[in-house]
Ligand binder design. Structure first.
Ligand SMILES: [Zn+2]
Ligand SMILES: [Zn+2]
Length: 348
């Protein structure tokens, strides 16, 4: 039983990094991506074509097929960057007909898709909520591995800056593998198949014949921008909170939704750790500034009037003593609708 109060300070500080606790964590990885850049800096000609003027705007008015049925699969449900035995890193799949839409790319997302029986080549769009590594570590890997499998059509990717630069650098990192597979296996170039779109504000960001996706800016300091996404599918609406403290914009985005998949933090388990820290008060405030407690998630789901609340991105996510019953008991007093305690590969 890996109770959280047995965790070492070092492990806790690693977890703190995922919670946006920059002062307590390893050097801020964002600094590595902070160099000024712009789209025009892209070097390879095929990248210019891959990043040509987004055509998605014209598709926003496309009609939605009202007969298709959607599936939601929780691919990974643990918050935080460190690998855990109990749960995989955050990722979700929305499936409509034969099209797969991915929300967040935590480590192992491609493997989780395989376990869920989803074809990698069926990915149509990939959405990142923000650039903490528990949400984006396998962004590039997902697409590289999908290409190595059966991906043959372009995939739109969506998320905060510097998504374009991150995509370009990922392809540079893997240039040797890509070059050899093109030459040796006759594969098409990968770069033109990835079409990144940087998001800076909320609103409808993508629409095709199956889904309409709306983004909202949420509060996850110091990470900004950070987004929640709402999928209006033919048969229902599903909202993904990403990482956020209780956010009025998220409540508005989720208003009346059929399903809200929301991050959750169990404060009593964290309090035990916090109590041992010299900067206990400050640390507690950091957590509350960036994330959502069990009580808060129940209250905001009630305020938004969602039919089903799905808990995911569990923090702590590696503590086996926190059973489904513990999570349920902590949220149920504040939400009278259907409450689902998420787990990896759960289909809803
Ligand atoms: Zn996270
Ligand atoms: Zn985060």
């Amino acid at each position: 039983m890996a109770a959280i109060d047995t965790l070492s300070r070092r492990r806790f500080l690693a977890a703190a990094g995922a919670l946006g606790l920059g002062a307590l964590a390893a050097p801020n990885w964002r600094s590595a991506l902070a160099a000024p850049s712009c789209h025009s800096a892209l070097a390879a000609p095929n990248w210019r074509s891959a990043l040509a003027a987004p055509k998605q705007r014209a598709a926003l008015a496309a009609p939605v097929d009202t007969t298709a049925r959607s599936r939601l699969i929780l691919l990974g449900t643990a918050g935080g960057p460190t690998p855990k035995a109990l749960r995989a890193a955050p990722a979700q799949a929305v499936v409509v007909d034969d099209a797969v839409y991915i929300v967040d790319c935590g480590n192992g997302v491609a493997r989780q898709m395989a376990l869920a029986g989803l074809a990698l080549g069926a990915i149509r769009e990939v959405f990142l909520t923000h650039h903490h590594s528990d949400h984006n570590a396998d962004y590039g890997n997902l697409l590289l591995l999908a290409w190595a499998a059966d991906l043959r059509r372009p995939v739109g990717t969506w998320g905060p800056p510097p998504l374009v630069r991150m995509t370009r650098r990922f392809l540079q990192l893997n240039a040797e593998d890509i070059r050899i597979r093109i030459a040796d296996e006759g594969r098409p170039p990968l770069a033109p198949l990835i079409r990144p779109h940087e998001l800076r504000r909320g609103g409808v960001v993508m629409r095709d014949e199956r889904v309409k996706v709306t983004a909202a800016l949420v509060d996850h300091p110091p990470m900004a921008p950070a987004f929640a996404y709402r999928f209006d599918c033919p048969d229902r609406s599903i909202v993904f909170s990403g990482d956020t403290r209780p956010s009025p914009a998220l409540v508005e985005l989720a208003r009346g939704a059929d399903m809200l998949v929301h991050e959750v933090m169990y404060l009593p388990a964290l309090e035990r750790l916090i109590a041992s820290e010299a900067q206990a008060g400050r640390l507690r405030q950091h957590l509350l500034d960036s994330h959502t407690t069990t009580e808060q998630v129940g209250r905001l789901a009630t305020e938004a009037g969602v039919k089903t609340l799905v808990l995911s991105h569990f923090v702590p996510g590696g503590d086996a003593s926190l059973t489904d019953e513990v999570w349920r008991a902590a949220v149920a007093p504040y939400f009278a609708g259907r409450l689902v305690i998420g787990r990896d590969l759960m289909e809803l």
